[in-house]
Design a protein around this ligand. Structure first.
Ligand code: S3P
Length: 252
């Protein structure tokens, strides 16, 4: 077994170095980097190398991990920064952030979720009991606590840009992606959802538009990359984010 492990580690290192070489080649030739189809082919191919089908499930388990690790090594090399997602309520920050974290094998965090976990209260309840001011204080503290994290996708509450100090912290933390959404689309996506305290008492297009318009320049000034989300699905939005990130400077 010791001998096998020694061989395995050697080959594992060789595979990861090959992954990085291929990455360099793809980058140079502007080829797509994260290809789901190629992963499916790898599973098929490695199964055909098995001499005894008895270990087919174990091989799938092993390759599931190997492919995940390969993706992680690639995204670490490509994006040596955190990816921060900002945007209005209903712009898709959570869904896009989670999808992106799967694609890039990066960790995922959500400032609202951290607040909910730390206080053991819903956002609505915090607003009702302590007011918006207290929520903004908790939001700013949450962000301050995140200053030492890396390789993480951070999805932020829609109002995080209201505090200039938060914007400064976000800029130090990583690349900021603004998921832009029109008032109509946000309205349609949020219909029937009562988890947003700012829209709870007056869920109307007028109220939503008023809040959104006041924030437009704040989102714009804070962002490194702007993605229009109207009419696009999460997969398309993630592809666009990756394409844009590949074009930008790796320093923050
Ligand atoms: C808010 C957006 C919410 C949440 C809170 C306030 C805002 O987050 O932080 O309700 O001011 O826009 P989502 O954008 O994730 O809904």
């Amino acid at each position: 077994i010791d001998k096998c492990d020694k061989e395995l580690v050697k080959i594992f290192e060789r595979r990861l170095n090959a992954v990085l070489d291929v990455l360099e080649y793809k980058r140079k030739h502007a080829l797509p980097i994260f290809q789901g189809q190629r992963e499916k082919e790898v599973f098929k191919k490695v199964n055909s190398y098995l001499q005894n089908d008895e270990f087919s499930n174990e091989l799938d388990l092993l390759y599931g991990q190997i492919l995940k690790i390969s993706r992680q090594v690639q995204s670490k090399a490509l994006f040596p920064f955190n990816i921060i997602i900002i945007g209005f309520m209903g712009s898709g920050k959570t869904s896009v952030g989670m999808e992106l974290s799967k694609l890039l094998e990066m960790k995922y965090m959500d400032t609202d979720e951290i607040i909910i976990k730390n206080t053991n209260m819903s956002i609505n309840h915090i607003f009702e009991k302590f007011g918006e001011g207290k929520f903004r204080e908790l939001e700013a503290n949450t962000l301050e606590d995140l200053q030492n994290i890396n390789n993480t996708i951070i999805s932020c509450g829609g109002g995080i840009i209201l505090n200039p100090k938060n914007i400064k912290l976000l800029k130090q933390l990583g690349k900021i992606i603004w998921l832009k959404v029109s008032p109509n689309e946000a309205y349609n996506r949020l219909l029937g959802d009562s988890s947003r305290p700012l829209l709870k008492d007056d869920f109307s297009l007028t109220n939503l538009t008023n809040i959104l318009e006041k924030r437009l320049t704040l989102y714009e000034n804070a962002s490194d990359i702007i993605i229009e989300t109207d009419g696009k699905n999460f997969g398309e939005i993630c592809d666009e984010i990756i394409k844009n990130l590949l074009k930008c400077d790796s320093k923050i």
